[in-house]
Design a protein around this ligand. Sequence first.
Ligand SMILES: Nc1ncnc2c1ncn2[C@@H]1O[C@H](COP(=O)(O)OP(=O)(O)O)[C@@H](O)[C@H]1O
Ligand SMILES: [Mg+2]
Length: 284
Amino acid sequence: MRAFAAPALLAAACVVGRAVPLPAPAHPQDLRAAPSAPVTRAEREAFLSGANIVGEAELSSGARQPWRVSLDDGKRKHDATVQTSTSRDRSERDYRHNIAAYELDKALELNLVSPSVERTVNGQPAAVTWWVDDVLMDELTRRRQKIEPPDLEGWNRQVQAVRVFDELMANAYRKVSPASYLSTVWDNLLITRGWRIRLIDHTRTFGTARELENPESLTRCDRTLLNRLRQLNAGALKQQLGRYLTSEQLDALETRRALIVKCFDEQIASRGESAVLYDLPARQ
Ligand SMILES: Nc1ncnc2c1ncn2[C@@H]1O[C@H](COP(=O)(O)OP(=O)(O)O)[C@@H](O)[C@H]1O
Ligand SMILES: [Mg+2]
């Protein structure tokens, strides 16, 4: 987590408008020690929904969407990104997909996606997403620099869960073909200092394909994830995601969900449960 310690700097950033410079962050340790720091997903959601925007800045990419904000609820401070793009065109981005991805991650108890809530910003509906601190590198950097994870099996288990999730969402990012190995879309997978994966930027997800793109890459699955996938029927999906997705997107999602469950059930029948299922460590 992140803190902005100097009140004078904070006050200077209180003008709401684009590209107000953010104050320099204090050492991350400072906020970790704060007793009221939002830690659970519910606390982070409440903070993202209610805290005041006290500073805004462009991301280093210089793109207009998303942009970075500093939030302050009077007790604690943290950064977030704001995404307001609203296009149902598959070649464009939709802020609603960021929230739908987070809600789906919650329903699956995956804990890979950074919390994201819907909120009005500058008069526009937006996805406001928790800023991931302690980022060691993103996956594109890891691949370019050929950095091996310290715990390969633990890493592969996380990556396999990401793979299942990406097939479920029909993610236009994070394609697994060899040609896409060094695609810049892999910078949407962040790696924190403890080699934990955090997923961001789901603006181009929830495609309407009614088939899986790379079913052969689905070789293992976290046990809780598969159980949750079994339980997540069309009614539950509509209830939890209907606010953010069209009925066509929901129908396709339900079709892919059933295909993923079938894919793993067939493998369990042929290769045995212990070869297919594993348990990801508990995640916050
Ligand atoms: N919630 C976040 N936490 C940490 N870094 C982020 C977050 N959101 C975006 N970033 C950084 O900004 C970059 C661009 O943001 P992203 O949402 O992927 O937009 P785009 O790909 O459209 O430029 C990311 O690759 C990442 O480096
Ligand atoms: Mg991105």
